[in-house]
Design a protein around this ligand. Structure first.
Ligand SMILES: O=C(O)CCC(=O)C(=O)O
Length: 285
């Protein structure tokens, strides 16, 4: 891709359009696209502070870790999920970033809203996830089309050592696959199909620096290993749905379409005072 830099070092509109088109092509081909340095170090430091100092998140993670230490595998308990995504809180400021939403809107050729936010509390000694598609769950929540995506924003460095995300390249084209539930907090894509899929499609370890982001399709198979290192692997994940895919079931799981603004402003220390309503329409606490 040819970069067009105007006098003064500003990236031109043409360069920005090329970059956007590149992300859309990559997403359509591979089922995911990486946005390097989507957020600056000082913005991520603010986000990290909000996560590590949040008592609710700390209690959540300690409960999951205690189960894991008792030889359970509570994958879903490693994430804390909420639905209040339309305001101006710190987390929404990241996940409603225009940089992310513009890519997803272009991919699905529709208006997009943040369907929910979640933080992956992957501290040391926390489990990972078996291979799954997010659409399996969202289908059950009334989304007719697989026109949804997730954006994983790295708060900590993520690598093979601390259980980075693994994405099966091209798996978004398999369609929705049945999943097997092992218990309420652990499930996986059909174990009979999985080896055949992995024999045919490459799996990419998505190693990321803080501030990098990866947007992946809701049918892209993904997994991650347990964090056996002494380093945390925290991340903020925004989940996105399209306007025409407004869920047909009105549930307390996740909200129906709502128009949301895209955020262009940088995250600043004052945002630390702005927290979402973690209880809004969320019944599974
Ligand atoms: O944080 C991870 O490793 C994976 C999270 C995930 O797969 C999910 O929330 O669906």
């Amino acid at each position: 891709m040819q970069l067009q830099i105007a006098a003064g070092g500003k990236v031109t509109a043409a360069a920005a359009a090329d970059k956007l088109a590149g992300h859309v092509d990559e997403f359509n081909r591979n089922g995911y696209t990486v946005l390097n340095s989507a957020f600056a170090a000082d913005e991520i430091a603010i986000l990290r502070k909000a996560i590590v100092s949040n008592e609710r998140m700390n209690t959540h993670f300690r409960n999951a870790q205690a189960k894991f230490r008792k030889k359970k595998y509570p994958s879903f308990d490693t994430i804390i999920v909420w639905n209040d995504t339309s305001g101006d809180d710190l987390f929404a400021k990241f996940t409603r970033s225009a940089k992310i939403i513009e890519v997803i809107e272009r991919v699905f050729d529709d208006e997009v809203y943040v369907y929910h936010n979640k933080v992956a509390l992957k501290y040391p000694d926390m489990p990972g996830f078996k291979h799954h598609q997010d659409y399996f769950y969202w289908y059950g929540m009334g989304c007719l089309w697989p026109d949804l995506a997730t954006c994983y924003i790295a708060v900590d460095r993520a690598d093979r050592g601390n259980g980075c995300l693994r994405l099966v390249r091209g798996s978004h084209r398999l369609g929705r696959i049945e999943h097997k539930r092992f218990d309420a907090s652990d499930s996986s894509v059909d174990p009979e199909r999985l080896p055949a899929i992995l024999a045919r499609l490459p799996e990419d370890y998505i190693e990321m620096e803080p501030g990098d982001a990866v947007i992946f399709h809701c049918n892209t198979l993904h997994a991650s290993d347990a964090n056996r290192s002494e380093r945390s692997r925290l991340a903020l994940l925004g989940c996105y749905n399209t306007k025409r895919n407004d869920p047909i079931i009105r549930s307390h799981d996740h909200p129906n379409f709502i128009q949301q603004s895209k955020i262009l402003d940088r995250v600043v220390p004052a945002d630390l005072a702005k927290m979402p309503d973690f209880d809004l329409h969320y019944r599974n606490q």
